[in-house]
Design a binder for this molecule. Structure first.
Ligand code: XIL
Length: 371
């Protein structure tokens, strides 16, 4: 009964939201004065192929980040070949809509082409050669969008959960030095652009401490770092809000802003390795339990948890400079294919029909009533 009432209420508020659009605040109208409200765009959206997706973006968000088209394997697939077109139209979309455009990402071990680390004979390049390639890559990409990209994720995912450095080829060839070098090259290419370190599972204490040490060491060397990006890929049972908040406060105390850069919350069960896989059909159902829609009971919990996190970000709006969700609508989300391919997930602010989720409507209505 309770879920029926809640569903009816959300239907009513949803109906009013759509019959009187002028009366309903969009997310950026409601909260754009607190921090940037961002979203990751895929190429279909930024090129205009997905018109509905693009409209959802321009109506609701004031910042965009490229989901894939600026990653090194896409924008620099071969040593002497840059592929700028998709990134050009992404940046143009942001400019046309007066948005803060975020570049993602300059140095990341993943979605990085193999040529970066080997010579023409397939042997690992020297430290000097890798520095040269990093400088060429960063300088070329950052200079192209100089003055047009508000900020860059300079280094992505370099630290592991236990606080040690990831053994990526960048680390193996250059050691810890690859991080300050990347920040230096990016700053030289566009001195006015903001620069960020971005990573996931940032609520874990050892990782939190390692990132604080990294921020301190960059600052001690006089390098620019404006913010730490906490990706914010969440589940129904992790992270705890308390641990997440501690990390936000720890990064702010280190003298940088905090950004929630890739926010989403999977509504699906966390993958268990101990499942009984002799029952293949049962196992599949357990992993992908809601192919035809999210039950109200799960949706209620999901909406409450998302709302509580958004309210946490609002409480700390003095230190949070941007909250960006990782995708426009549920149908666009990478979580449908990660960590298991072909599931149906519900992790974003807009459903598969681009309708706002109940907690978004709630937050926006609450703000409108305040005004
Ligand atoms: C993901 C994209 O969403 C997918 O489309 C792509 O296939 C893989 O990468 N951390 C990051 C993002 O920093 O770049 C990743 O994006 C998700 C995890």
């Amino acid at each position: 009964m309770k879920t029926l009432i809640i569903s009816l209420l959300s239907l009513i508020s949803f109906a009013s939201c759509h019959s009187e659009p002028s009366d309903t605040l969009s997310l950026k109208e409601a909260y754009g004065d607190k921090f940037l409200i961002g979203v990751a765009m895929n190429q279909r959206q930024s090129s205009g192929l997905d018109r509905v997706g693009a409209e959802t973006v321009s109506r609701n968000f004031n910042s965009i980040v490229a989901e894939n088209c600026m990653k090194s394997e896409k924008i620099h697939p071969m040593e002497n070949l840059y592929h700028f077109e998709p990134a050009d139209s992404f940046v143009a979309f942001g400019e046309a809509n007066g948005m803060a455009v975020i570049g993602h990402c300059l140095i990341w071990h993943s979605q990085c082409p193999k040529w970066f680390f080997v010579d023409s004979e397939g042997k690992r390049v020297s430290a000097d050669e890798l520095k040269r390639r990093m400088r060429d890559h960063i300088t070329t990409v950052v200079s192209r969008y100089k003055g047009r990209v508000h900020g860059w994720d300079v280094v992505n995912e370099a630290i592991l959960e236990d606080g040690t450095y990831r053994r990526s080829p960048f680390y193996e060839i250059l050691g810890e030095e690859f991080i300050p070098l990347a920040f230096q090259y990016a700053h030289e290419a566009d001195p006015d652009a903001e620069l960020y370190y971005n990573d996931y599972n940032m609520h874990l204490p050892a990782k939190r401490e390692a990132v604080v040490r990294l921020v301190n060491s960059l600052k001690e060397r006089g390098l620019r770092i404006d913010a730490v990006g906490m990706q914010g890929h969440m589940g129904m049972d992790y992270p705890s809000m308390d641990a997440f908040e501690r990390s936000m406060l720890a990064f702010a105390s280190a003298g940088v802003k905090v950004m929630i850069t890739e926010w989403d919350m999977s509504a699906l069960p966390t993958v268990s390795r101990s499942a009984n896989i002799s029952d293949i059909q049962g196992y599949k159902r357990a992993l992908d339990p809601y192919p035809d829609g999210l039950p109200d009971s799960v949706s209620d919990v999901w909406n409450q948890r998302m709302k509580a996190f958004f309210e946490l970000f609002l409480r700390h709006s003095d230190i949070v400079s941007r909250v960006t969700v990782w995708g426009v609508s549920d149908g666009d989300s990478w979580k449908n294919d990660f960590p298991i391919h072909g599931r149906t997930d519900y992790p974003l602010l807009f459903d598969r029909h681009h309708e706002p989720k109940p907690f978004v409507i709630d937050l926006c209505d609450h703000k409108r009533d305040d005004k």
